[in-house]
Write a protein that binds this ligand. Structure first.
Ligand code: ACO
Length: 322
């Protein structure tokens, strides 16, 4: 049996840090409101001219270096993002060229905040089928470019960042199971209203903004992640007690706590970065994973449950041995 095994991780964050106190100066909010509702204390935000592709490239270089793998050895690059540098070529192609991995397959996956876990699920299938041997999977996002800084309901929630993993075909596990889902019927609760077919508007940021019914998103996220966790354990033929670490999408500390409770896990077995990074969408899970690996928390041989929930709605999970 062939497994897809994570051989190394990497990540990248913009240098600029914006605290809740900084946001108090531009919008009617408070550090107290943001912290108690979301767990967020600060976020990293891209500088002028800095792009999703820049963050993705740095995270990828970081992961390749840690893996001791040359870019030319890669046979597939999948990048989860909903904020590509340009509409086409894909950001995966832009990063591929910068890395010097020209010739291998490369494409983006847009599954909003579930983008990285979706990309990991796809990469797993390519490796299991024997099609690919070494795969780079990236989650990279500059969601703050979409934010309307006058809308306090959404602007306090997001940050920018990227993470990456290098996967290798192995006879040792590896990814045990991935579960991917979507329900487009929930579009109206979380969406960006502007694209190529639906026209750019003569208003700030050309009408690009994040429309979100926060309370409704929250409720569906908690319920959906609860059943996703059960489905993933079943698919991997495991129990709650087999999981060493939960590495969840970092949107809201209260959603994370609800999932941990469902898994009967204490919060010291949950990787939390939402306080430092806010919601970096597709970047959040691989960023949290890389920090957990580099800090020595996550060790080789441990079982990790990765999960995400985002616009679409989309939701996805991966249960793997690191
Ligand atoms: N500062 C101060 N007050 C605020 C702010 C703010 N930044 N934002 C909203 N408020 C006010 C509202 O106006 C409202 O006031 P009202 O009651 O007088 O009308 C009140 O605070 C709302 O408070 P709560 O109902 O307590 O808010 P809630 O507990 O629902 O928290 C939040 C809001 C943080 C948005 C939460 O619902 C949430 O996290 N939802 C999920 C968001 C999410 O997970 N998105 C993930 C996907 S993102 C993606 O896929 C791109």
């Amino acid at each position: 049996q062939i497994y897809a095994r994570i051989i190394a991780t990497g990540s990248a964050l913009p240098e600029r840090v914006v605290t809740n106190a900084d946001l108090e100066k531009i919008v009617d909010t408070s550090d107290e409101w943001i912290r108690t509702r979301t767990g967020i204390r600060q976020r990293h935000i891209v500088a002028d001219g800095e792009t999703t592709g820049d963050l993705a490239f740095q995270a990828a270089q970081n992961a390749l270096e840690a893996a001791g793998v040359k870019a030319s050895e890669l046979d597939l690059i999948i990048l989860g993002t909903t904020t590509p540098d340009i509409i086409f070529p894909s950001t995966a192609c832009l990063v591929q060229h910068r890395l010097g991995a020209n010739g291998c397959a490369a494409f983006d996956v847009n599954a909003a905040c579930s983008g990285f876990v979706y990309a990991l699920g796809i990469a797993d299938k390519f490796i299991r089928s024997g099609q690919s041997k070494k795969v780079l999977v990236i989650g990279a996002e500059t969601l703050t470019r979409m934010v309307d800084w006058t809308e306090r309901e959404s602007c306090v929630l997001f940050g920018d960042g990227a993470g990456a993993v290098v996967l290798e075909a192995s006879s040792e596990p590896g990814i045990y199971a991935t579960c991917l889902h979507a329900d487009g019927g929930y579009k109206h609760l979380l969406y960006n209203p502007v694209g190529v077919s639906v026209g750019f508007k003569d208003e700030p940021n050309h009408g690009v903004r994040i429309n979100m019914a926060g309370r409704e998103v929250f409720k569906v996220a908690v319920k959906t992640l609860d059943s996703l966790v059960g489905e993933t354990l079943l698919a991997a033929d495991m129990q709650e007690s087999d999981i060493d670490w939960l590495i969840p999408h970092q949107a809201n500390l209260r959603i994370i706590e609800a999932t941990a409770k469902r898994l009967k896990m204490s919060m010291d077995r949950v990787i939390v970065t939402v306080d430092k990074h806010a919601n970096t969408s597709s970047g959040s899970v691989p960023l949290a994973l890389d920090l957990a690996v580099r800090s020595g928390k996550v060790q080789r041989g441990q079982n990790l449950l990765l999960e995400a929930f985002g616009g679409g709605f989309t939701w996805a999970s991966a249960l793997l041995r690191y």
